[in-house]
Design a protein around this ligand. Structure first.
Ligand code: NAP
Length: 264
């Protein structure tokens, strides 16, 4: 897959990324069906397959249960082959299956050091604020995007951004950082203005839930996967769509469909 630059950060990412919620967490998630976490061998095979297919971008977060820690082991010896995105702000309690949110400077410092340790690395390519939906308030009250810039200056991270849930928040995040992670798919286009702004202003857009967390696949359309990728890649603001699969056949089908959509 031809790599694309994330804004003007110098980071080159594949147009499909690998989402890893399903490597670390199967509680408190909204997928159509329940699932077991893949074992280490299955996860390693999936990562190897993704790499062979030209994917170099992997998305994780402290909120994805054991995902960061597992990637720290699974990516051993191949750190430089991957652009890693992690986050700060959402904390997941595996015993209750619930999330809580914290955006203070103290927590940011703690969280990024913990992510570095868990991921077994001395830098994280992209660090995003993991919003609870009150995007604008988080940015204004905590100055957290400026705090991310300081981490960038220290070399601990290479790009900054925010996973947002509102148009106002997405626009403000893009004005103060390199990228936004946004939901955009065949059944949710409410935040399209954020993609439009990114395209005009050379900012990065990472898509989450491009297949509506799998709910689009159950829709009565002839080929919901191809239709989804045709739709999302028609928007030139999209840098990369992070798809959360643990099924090797789905991974291969997604790369085929994405390449077809991009090259048409
Ligand atoms: N920042 C945030 O707030 C946030 C929120 C949500 C997600 N994310 C990130 O975005 C990633 C993707 O989001 P997501 O996992 O919620 O949604 P998604 O990528 O839209 O959908 C994933 C679901 O679709 C299924 N799927 C994938 N390819 C398929 C195919 N070819 N045919 C049939 N089913 C297919 C997967 O099941 P199989 O495993 O069976 O393929 C999985 O259940 C996450 O892993 C995470 O990294 C970020």
């Amino acid at each position: 897959m031809l790599k694309r630059e994330l804004a003007n950060t110098g980071l080159m990412v594949s147009p499909l990324g690998l989402g890893t919620v399903k490597l670390g967490r199967n509680k408190g998630v909204k997928y159509p069906t329940s699932f077991s976490l893949p074992n280490d061998q299955e996860a390693l095979q999936l990562i190897h397959q993704a790499r062979e297919l030209g994917i170099n971008f992997i998305d994780t977060a402290p909120a994805y249960g054991t995902s960061e820690e597992r990637l720290g082991h699974l990516l051993k010896g191949q750190r430089n082959d991957w652009v890693i995105c992690s986050k700060v702000g959402e904390e997941f309690d595996s015993s209750s299956g619930e999330s809580s949110y914290i955006f203070t400077p103290e927590h940011l410092k703690f969280s990024v050091e913990r992510s570095l340790k868990r991921l077994n690395t001395d830098f994280i390519d992209m660090l995003l604020v993991h919003s609870d939906g009150s995007d604008v308030e988080i940015i204004k009250r905590y100055g957290i995007l400026q705090a991310l810039e300081e981490l960038k200056a220290q070399g601990k991270i290479r790009a900054t951004g925010m996973s947002t849930k509102t148009v106002e928040g997405g626009l403000l995040a893009l004005a103060q950082s390199d990228c936004a992670m946004v939901t955009y798919n065949l059944s949710h286009q409410a935040e399209e203005a954020v993609l439009d702004y990114a395209e005009l202003n050379n900012k990065g857009i990472l898509l989450k839930k491009a297949l509506a967390s799998g709910h689009i696949c159950a829709k009565n359309s002839q080929d919901p996967i191809q239709a989804s990728f045709d739709f999302i890649f028609a928007h030139k603001g999209v840098t990369s769509a992070i798809i959360g699969t643990i099924n090797p056949k789905h991974l291969k089908a997604n790369v085929t469909a994405a390449e077809k959509a991009i090259n048409q």
